[in-house]
Design a protein around this ligand. Structure first.
Ligand SMILES: [Zn+2]
Length: 96
């Protein structure tokens, strides 16, 4: 059944049909000596899951940003569009 699902190219194809979402491999965005661990995962809700919200909804790509400090992890799920805005703002600030 899993192979009949259309996965985004970045999907790691693990339990997509049961979880109702596609997920990439998580990427680490920190160095060994950083105080805060950051992990980034690309996710996409499948169309069936979205029909619970909007019948005409397109697959929604989201970014999960997980921050770990002192063993406590907090995850924020942010729409891709907002992540691109954040990327631009951070780029402006860092390169100012
Ligand atoms: Zn998938």
């Amino acid at each position: 059944m899993e192979q009949l699902i259309k996965h985004p190219p970045w999907c790691r194809r693990v339990n997509c049909s049961t979880t109702g979402r596609h997920a990439s491999l998580p990427l680490q965005a920190d160095n060994a000596d950083d105080l805060i661990g950051i992990e980034v995962t690309l996710v996409q809700l499948d169309a069936q899951g979205l029909t619970l919200v909007r019948p005409d909804a397109q697959p929604l790509t989201l970014v999960e940003l997980s921050f770990t400090e002192d063993g406590v992890t907090t995850t924020f799920t942010v729409p891709e569009r907002q992540v691109r805005t954040l990327e631009g703002v951070l780029n402006q600030l860092v390169n100012a």
